[in-house]
Design a protein around this ligand. Structure first.
Ligand SMILES: Nc1ncnc2c1ncn2[C@@H]1O[C@H](COP(=O)(O)OP(=O)(O)OP(=O)(O)O)[C@@H](O)[C@H]1O
Ligand SMILES: [Mg+2]
Length: 353
């Protein structure tokens, strides 16, 4: 998939801009505060309904305006996606018709992001790694969404019952087990595939760091989910919440038996996180026979030029459509301009091709 056209109105400092993107590499060049990150965030808003930089949509609306608009045209079939956020809330549209759920839009445009806080995949809480896995499964394994929705609902109901009428909690366990086991199976298979790609790419970029990636299912490894839920019933009632299940899963990232986040530098974390995203993009392509879209903001922060070039080389290999920011007159801008990429100049919120 790829974004052919993008219109941004009233997003931070971009008042009104329409561009035609290249199917391959698109570079946004500009000074500090020109609007490069804003441009990239707009694509994320279109895909996920939120920005990689902030959870507060209200902050993204141009000050003094009555709402933001992002519209995009995706793929050969020219699917039209739109997000409008006004004072009465956010509305999303698919080919002009209002969509009820964000997922209807998200499944049309798979966007991955490499940005200054990507290191959170390595050193952030387990939810960051679950989101990484869930993003992939949402896009490459269609039954995953239904299992996840059903599981989340059963979990919520069971937790509510545990708080007010513990005897009602049992009624949700069957659903929790069926969907929990289905999620677990899909995640384990997915992590294996991503790890295979990761292990091929990692030695080309960071040969000195060998990272092991193990899926932790969210309950004791030697137990079935059913036994784990039975064993924790009493403490679940005391706490009023379900302690075992895939909602507590994690991806254990270790180097020579130690937690990766405790050993490696911030720059190395960023590189490893980028490799994980590239591995995910490769898996996406294998499964969908169609590339994803990758946003890259501030690649040069914390990375040497040599490392930036290594990451770029592997990123370009994914065949994904790439949108990448670079500062005016930077070496990264020079390197990118020699790739035959489409260059956009961003200045005071205006984007010129
Ligand atoms: N809600 C808003 N309304 C108007 N302007 C805003 C709003 N939020 C942020 N801005 C301004 O938008 C500008 C664009 O910032 P942006 O982060 O996109 O720049 P950038 O090109 O990525 O810069 P850098 O190279 O420093 O990362 C900034 O000057 C910022 O102060
Ligand atoms: Mg920026």
């Amino acid at each position: 998939m790829y974004l052919s056209g993008l219109t941004i109105r009233n997003v931070r400092n971009i008042t009104n801009s329409s561009i035609t993107a290249d199917k391959g590499i698109n570079v946004l060049i500009g000074e500090n505060a020109a609007g490069k990150t804003t441009f990239l965030e707009s694509i994320d808003i279109l895909s996920r309904g939120r920005s990689f930089r902030t959870n507060r949509m209200a902050d993204l609306v141009l000050k003094g305006s009555d709402g933001l608009y992002v519209g995009g045209i995706v793929g050969e079939e020219k699917t039209k996606l739109e997000v409008k956020k006004g004072s009465s809330g956010t509305k999303i549209f698919l080919n002009g018709n209002e969509a009820k759920k964000q997922s209807e839009i998200t499944e049309k445009i798979a966007v991955q992001c490499i940005h200054p806080t990507s290191h959170l995949i390595i050193d952030g809480p387990p939810s960051e790694r679950r989101s990484f896995i869930d993003w992939g499964l949402f896009h490459v394994k269609p039954p995953y969404k239904a299992s996840w929705t059903a599981y989340s609902k059963a979990l919520k109901q069971r937790n509510e019952a545990l708080k007010r009428a513990p005897s009602d909690a049992d009624a949700w366990e069957e659903k929790l087990l069926v969907e929990g086991n289905a999620i677990d199976e899909m995640r384990k298979e997915y992590v294996k595939k991503v790890r295979d790609h990761f292990e091929l790419i990692r030695p080309q970029i960071l040969p000195e760091i060998s990272l092991s990636m193990e899926y932790r299912q969210g309950w004791p490894e030697e137990m079935s989910l059913s036994d784990a839920i039975i064993s924790s019933k009493k403490t679940d009632q005391e706490r009023g919440s379900t302690q075992y299940g895939p909602h507590h899963a994690d991806l254990a990232l270790r180097i020579k038996g130690e937690d990766a986040q405790r050993i490696i530098s911030r720059g190395q974390q960023k590189i490893l996180a980028s490799i994980m995203l590239i591995a995910q993009a490769k898996d996406f392509y294998d499964k969908r026979q169609d590339p994803s879209i990758i946003l890259v903001d501030e690649l040069s922060a914390e990375l040497t030029l040599e490392m930036q070039e290594k990451v770029l080389e592997r990123l370009f290999e994914t065949g994904s459509q790439i949108f990448i920011s670079a500062l005016n007159d930077s070496i990264l801008a020079d390197v990118l301009s020699e790739t035959g990429a489409k260059m956009f100049h961003v200045e005071h919120g205006e984007i010129a091709e």
